[in-house]
Design a protein around this ligand. Structure first.
Ligand code: CO
Length: 140
């Protein structure tokens, strides 16, 4: 069995301020800003930049007690997570658990762009918070 990973969907980068970070990605690197979305559930706002077939999600916490707020408090700004595109997030999570990975999400939840997402715990992935994402209906 395989988890059906198809590509790197995005890399999540945690920043203190989207307003401060957007000019770097847009103007210095020259990446296309696809959009900005708020995910209330995760207490974040994310600016999504297109990089070929993948994206970079630049993430700002909307609350100091959110997961990204706590991450920045502890680690400072920097790479936050790695997201793999999968055909079926529910199945990928179940298979990862069967193979011994520790899950943060037992079942998929809603991410930006209507994606179904789920996270593996970094303690079982050699320190990298790992996300699976299944594209939402009508996306791309
Ligand atoms: Co993500």
């Amino acid at each position: 069995m395989s988890l059906m990973i198809r590509k790197i969907a995005h890399i999540g980068v945690a920043v203190k301020s989207l307003d401060a970070a957007i000019p770097y990605y847009r103007d210095v690197l020259g990446l296309e800003l696809v959009g900005i979305e708020e995910v209330a559930d995760q207490k974040i706002r994310a600016a999504v930049f297109s990089v070929g077939d993948s994206t970079i999600e630049v993430i700002e916490s909307t609350s100091p007690d959110g997961p990204v707020g706590k991450f920045v408090e502890k680690n400072g700004e920097g790479i936050h997570h790695l997201c793999f595109d999968v055909a079926d997030t529910a199945r990928a999570l179940a298979e990862a658990r069967e193979k011994g990975a520790r899950l943060i999400d037992e079942t998929p939840r809603d991410g930006v762009h209507g994606m179904k997402i789920g996270f593996l715990h970094p303690k079982s992935t050699f320190g990298v918070l790992t996300e699976f994402a299944q594209e939402g209906e009508g996306h791309n």
